[in-house]
Design a protein around this ligand. Structure first.
Ligand code: PLP
Length: 728
């Protein structure tokens, strides 16, 4: 099927390019991959090459009213698509952008959540308050509601069958929104298809499932949302003519697609009576065929990340035959009636990937039956999204970085500048500007909160908002420690505040100001996570008073990609304090590295690979073996005492290197080395290069060569045998 409308100009790529990419995705002779993710984070206010081009060329109008409306959306439309909750979604968005950069034929599928992920308001007494702010996909740049290919006047609706306890079909429908991840050369794109189930005549309980990302108000709701994603894949492909040869499951949420593909195969072989005729051997044979088309990435060893559903709950939305498959596949929890969806995903794939080397070792211990097939592809970030404008201009002006926009491997050249005084000076200047942007935005927020306090019942989250005058503001160029991530217990956001006197000792000794800037959301149903936010807020006053205003701790509510971008470039040191080995990878530290900001982190996730004997930053905390017992998320097993003590030992070094003029060049060297040693590796171009062999795609020689070059920079899994995955 071809795309009927002349969409090209409208979408920001030429019609030729649109047709060419679309054909690759819809041709039975071609190979392509479908990337499946519960969340995708790709806010246009952070990266939007179409807008950049319009601004650059001063284009504001067009005689074609459709194109004019589109230009207006890019220039003036909302900048947020709140369809992500955290690292998993941002990783998905970054990966899709790099797939487009590398010109790999991939499409992506996710859900459209009418209320997105919740918006965070923080009150200093109540802590996090959840509320939801509906957004308007219609007004969002780059997002289009698809019309039926054969009836351009009608909106496309696809039917996604659900079943009740008696296997009666429940008619359920979805609309399809498309967002193109267009690369910065505007010569390739990866389309995302977002299924919107909030339409007539889908039943009310389904439409509820289309409101909030990760709604965990009930087990049934969780099942519904996952079933919407996994069940929507085949109907979307049929409606649009997509012919993916591989399905990549980003986490197991969409794994229901495997069940439905097994059903399709049995139906084809055994006819409509397949449910009665199929033997267990038939099911397993069909599953083995399906496995050949699936690539799976597991993202966390943490329990909350894995779906275990009671068969009774599953029964209320899925066909009874699907449960027979789940039983036959051995996904039942021992001694219970529950199905473990992670185990299903582990089973039905031809490639299982973890997100760092350490995470691979942990996953092998968690799933010993599959240990042999679990490999590592360490996560990365999309460098063009995360490098600040000021840092980008700095890189543009040194020939050592020639070509960095196209090839993040170029950052290896920074090593030649590690001790270059001129580069140090320019880096400090760009860094200073980024720090000022961050500090200004925090100060603006503090003032706004102070004014709001007079008009609303909300008490501002920051102690500084309660003070008067400029005493209450942050000063630029004070050592700024950044910390931002989801507030989950294992991430231990409050670790460094375990003993305030020990934390303050070096600050008071040096008598220099320090800004601690924190941000992050706790899942609305995660009470323990919300307590962590409160615990951080509760330290502010004491830190301020005991240090006589030297130590200022600020919490920025509403963490999202634009706050992240501001923070990773504006901070002087990026802090991460999870309990090893529960942070499977972590990506915000990579964003810091690409801006030349040193990391201060537990040896966990990617930092176990990115830490190089103190050259790129600091390590602290437990770094011993990671046996099963280390996976506990109980407070008493979280090693607060031990790891915070270790932090208090390195923190004086951080103060010293930042403040001592004689050590200043050592600090700048560390910043450059983090960029030089980690920038080339921990980016999504390299991630894509490592995934593509797992996708078994036919690619033009020039693309294959480029990927080979990227793979030579870094191999996440030195044991992985590339030859065993020949490009078909
Ligand atoms: C990068 C990013 C994350 C992930 O950060 P981690 O270090 O992996 O915890 C989460 N949320 C947002 C908004 C981000 O930009």
């Amino acid at each position: 099927m071809t795309c009927r409308s002349r969409f090209g100009d409208f979408f920001g790529v030429s019609q030729e390019i649109f047709d060419c990419v679309w054909k690759k995705l819809c041709n039975h002779e071609d190979t392509s991959t479908l990337y499946v993710s519960m969340e995708i984070g790709a806010d246009p206010d952070v990266f939007n090459p179409v807008r950049d081009l319009l601004v650059d060329k001063g284009i504001k109008h067009n005689d074609n009213p459709r194109i004019a409306a589109d230009i207006d959306k890019h220039l003036n439309g909302p900048g947020k698509i709140p369809n992500y909750g955290g690292g998993l979604g941002v990783l998905a968005g970054d990966t899709l952008k790099s797939l487009a950069d590398c010109r790999i034929p991939v499409s992506a599928i996710s859900l459209l959540y009418r209320k997105g992920y919740f918006s965070q308001v923080v009150d200093s007494e109540l802590g996090q308050i959840n509320w939801s702010q509906p957004w308007e996909p219609e007004k969002t740049p780059g997002l289009y509601l698809l019309h039926a290919p054969n009836k351009p006047d009608e909106i496309l609706t696809i039917e996604v069958p659900f079943y009740d306890e008696h296997d009666q079909e429940i008619s359920t429908f979805a609309r399809v929104w498309m967002k193109l991840e267009i690369n910065s050369r505007l010569d390739f794109f990866v389309p995302q298809f977002l299924l919107d189930f909030d339409i007539e005549p889908s039943p009310q309980w389904i439409r509820e499932g289309a409101q909030n990302l990760y709604d965990s108000s009930s087990q049934k709701m969780k099942i519904i949302q996952r079933r919407m994603l996994g069940g929507g894949i085949i109907p979307t492909c049929r409606a649009l003519g997509l012919t993916p040869t591989t399905v990549h499951l980003n986490e197991q949420h969409g794994v229901a697609v495997a069940l439905l593909q097994i059903v399709d195969i049995l139906k084809e072989n055994l006819g409509d009576n397949y449910a009665r005729k199929a033997t267990d051997a038939d099911i397993i044979a069909a599953a083995n065929r399906v496995a050949k088309r699936i690539v799976y990435t597991i993202h966390t060893p943490v329990k909350a990340g894995h779906d275990i559903f009671e068969s009774q709950d599953y029964r209320a939305v899925g066909h009874s035959f699907c449960q027979r498959i789940l039983k036959t596949m051995g996904t039942q929890e021992s001694g219970s009636d529950a199905f473990n969806m992670t185990r299903l995903a582990m089973k039905v794939n031809r490639s299982t990937n973890s997100v760092s080397r350490l995470h691979r070792d942990v996953t092998r211990k968690q799933f010993p039956a599959y240990a042999d097939k679990i490999t590592a592809i360490t996560n990365g970030v999309h460098h063009l999204t995360w490098i600040s404008k000021n840092r980008g201009e700095l890189f543009d002006s040194f020939q050592e970085f020639n070509g960095w926009r196209r090839d993040p491997g170029v950052f290896a050249g920074a090593i030649k500048l590690a001790d270059n005084k001129k580069f140090h000076t320019y880096l400090e200047e760009a860094w200073g500007k980024d720090n000022l942007r961050l500090i200004d935005s925090v100060n603006k927020m503090l003032r706004t909160h102070r004014n709001q306090m007079e008009n609303t019942w909300i008490i501002p989250p920051n102690y500084l908002s309660l003070l008067d005058g400029d005493n209450s503001l942050l000063v630029p160029n004070a050592l700024t420690i950044g910390f931002a991530r989801r507030f989950s217990t294992y991430k231990r956001a409050d670790l460094i505040f375990e003993d305030l006197d020990l934390l303050l000792a070096p600050i008071i000794r040096y008598s220099r100001p320090v800004n601690f800037i924190f941000a992050g959301k706790a899942h609305p149903q995660d009470e323990a996570g919300k307590k962590l936010i409160k615990a951080v807020l509760d330290c502010q006053e004491e830190l301020y008073i005991k240090s006589r205003g030297l130590a200022r701790l600020v919490f920025i509510p509403g963490y999202d990609m634009s706050v992240a971008k501001l923070m990773v470039a504006g901070a002087h040191v990026w802090l991460n304090s999870p309990k090893r080995p529960l942070e499977a990878s972590g990506t915000s530290g990579m964003k810091a590295a690409l801006n030349g900001v040193p990391n201060l982190s537990i040896i966990d996730g990617w930092w176990a690979e990115g830490y190089h004997d103190g050259q790129t930053g600091w390590k602290f905390g437990y770094e011993g073996p990671v046996d099963a017992e280390k996976l506990s998320e109980e407070r008493k097993a979280l090693l607060y005492k031990q790891d915070s003590q270790s932090f208090y030992q390195v923190f004086p070094e951080v103060m010293a290197i930042f403040h001592d003029p004689e050590k200043r060049s050592a600090f700048l060297r560390m910043a450059v080395m983090n960029l030089a040693l980690n920038g080339p590796k921990f980016n999504t171009s390299r991630v894509v290069a490592e995934y593509v062999p797992r996708y078994c795609l036919n690619l033009p020689q020039s693309t294959a060569n480029k990927l080979e070059k990227l793979r030579q920079i870094y191999r996440s899994d030195p044991d992985f045998n590339l030859e065993s995955y020949p490009n078909k």
